[in-house]
Design a binder for this molecule. Structure first.
Ligand code: NAD
Length: 484
């Protein structure tokens, strides 16, 4: 990192912009670094650099040549592994183990996976017989051009690289804006990319707030597509922005995911699974389950078991021994989550555990912590059951039969994922086909193979990424039809 100021990276050069704002550590409220904020002119020069790159030598590279760069980037992250871990931990306050086991390994895997996929991809062709000859149809994949990549704060380098890697693998140039809450690891990635000699302008990094820098990027007339991960509200704003020009979008948006525990579930595995799906990364994963439905025959036992395990979770500083949960990403986000804690009580919830800010009596009191929280007793139309909170909390409701719970799960504006816990394989298959979501997990949660499609239904997103689905997203697919 350079001089405590996080620079922009435009056309192969690090640039400190004229205006900066503070990057705050949620563990203690202290300033970690200053963030250069890109103005409209700097955003425009990043887009111009990307355009030149995609129309220059990068546009002529073969998939195998591009894959070589992606592998070098993966190696470069690996060589600076602990710096990436430190950057993620400082920006988010998450436990060090989480950054070491999830965020940074996944960033490396994203670059390696999309290198493999693009290098090994074999195209499609088909022949058609006519009365007077034949047709040979074959598919050509071309880059879309200049992609605007905009990412959120909850899994900073994981989600940032999840878009950058396939966009580059498909031959595009990118202008990327990470969240203003978590800019450090993306800046380190710019250093790695610079060090591997990727042609200038192929990867550009701009920092800044959504309403200004983000909007300068999405309203720029010379971008070809927007790949966005963040809230449904911002996704909708971006969609309107690019609607007139019918630009390509790929959206990974919010969720209000359900976990369903059937009476025949492996009880202990289901309790452990729901504990993880509700509280992992302090509930700040788009896939977390904030709605839990448990069969009435095991409801009380389940609530008691989950309460016991929840109260045993260790809330602590990132490097403390045995830490399970860190603070929320920012004090502003804590205010939002606490607003929902208050609302739950106003709507008549029973607070089974949590529901407030913990008091530790030590330095943790400076951090943006909230207690992991379980509610019961709300009716299905409560706002707490229907709006995404994005904190360590869940509501548990009993259900009677499969049709009833399916209806309640599907009765949501969102459709990202659903996890179901059952030992009845037929029931798992039947239920999975009828849930209106992008991903169903059976007896597991958040298990990912990067070759599989990832995305959401309804307000949870548009399009699918992962494996070949990402290459499709980031490519202009042209059919060439030759008569012979
Ligand atoms: P957000 O929408 O507030 O911000 C996301 C990004 O968009 C940030 O970089 C922000 O600066 C930028 N932005 C904001 N307004 C903008 C605008 N008008 N124009 C252009 N850019 C703008 O979301 P967040 O609070 O950072 O992230 C949390 C949300 O992300 C949650 O809703 C969560 O469910 C969702 N999420 C979804 C997935 C998924 O894969 N579906 C993954 C992670 C997070």
């Amino acid at each position: 990192m350079q001089c405590g100021i996080l620079p922009l990276y435009i056309d192969g050069k690090f640039v400190i912009s004229g205006h900066t704002f503070d990057n705050i550590n949620p563990v203690n409220g202290e300033t970690i670094s200053l963030i250069s904020e890109a103005n409209e002119v700097q955003v425009a020069s990043a887009v111009k650099a990307a355009r030149s790159a995609v129309e220059g030598e990068w546009g002529d590279f073969s998939p195998a040549e591009r894959a070589l760069y992606l592998r070098k980037i993966a190696d470069g992250i690996e060589a600076r592994f602990e710096e990436f871990v430190a950057a993620e931990v400082a920006d988010t306050g998450r436990p060090v183990y989480l950054a070491r086991t999830l965020d940074v390994p996944r960033a490396i895997a994203n670059f390696r996976t999309f290198a493999d996929i693009t290098a090994s991809f074999v195209g499609e062709s088909c022949e058609t017989k006519l009365a007077d000859g034949h047709l040979l149809n074959y598919t050509v994949r071309k880059p879309l051009g200049v992609i605007a990549v905009i990412s959120p704060w909850n899994l900073p380098i994981l989600l940032f690289s999840w878009k950058v890697a396939p966009a580059l693998a498909a031959g595009n140039a990118v202008v990327c804006k990470p969240s203003e809450e978590t800019p450090s690891s993306a800046t380190l990635l710019a250093e790695v990319i610079d060090s591997v000699g990727l042609p200038k302008g192929v990867f550009n990094l701009i920092h800044g707030r959504g309403a200004t820098t983000g909007a300068y990027l999405t309203t720029h007339p010379d971008i070809d597509a927007v790949s966005f991960t963040g809230s449904s509200k911002t996704g909708s704003t971006i969609m309107k922005t690019v609607a007139d020009d019918v630009k390509e979008v790929s959206f990974e948006l919010g969720g209000k995911n359900a976990a369903v525990v059937f009476a025949d579930a492996d009880f202990d595995a289901a309790v452990e699974g729901v504990l993880k799906s509700s509280f992992y990364n302090s509930g700040q994963v788009c896939m977390c389950s904030e709605r839990v439905y448990v069969h009435e025959s095991i409801f009380e036992r389940f609530v008691e078991a989950l309460k016991e395990k929840t109260e045993a979770l260790s809330l602590n500083l990132p490097d403390a021994e045995g830490v399970n949960l860190g603070p929320l990403v920012s004090f502003a986000h804590r205010e939002k989550v606490l607003g929902y804690f208050k609302l739950a009580e106003q709507e008549g919830a029973n607070v089974i555990t949590g529901g407030k800010v913990p008091t530790f009596g030590d330095e943790r009191d400076k951090g943006a912590f909230v207690l992991p929280t379980i509610w019961t007793g709300l009716s299905d139309d409560a706002r707490v059951i229907n709006e995404e909170i994005f904190g360590p909390c869940c509501h548990i409701a009993p259900f009677r039969d499969d049709d009833e719970v399916l209806k309640r799960v599907n009765n949501s504006d969102y459709g990202l994922d659903c996890s179901i816990w059952t030992t009845d394989l037929s029931r798992a298959h039947r239920f999975s086909r009828k849930v209106h979501v992008g991903i169903v997990w059976v007896n597991t949660w958040y298990s990912r193979d990067l070759r599989t499609p990832f995305g959401g239904a309804k307000r949870s997103g548009l399009g699918r990424e992962g494996g070949i689905f990402s290459l499709n997203t980031y490519s202009e697919i042209t059919n060439v039809c030759v008569k012979f």
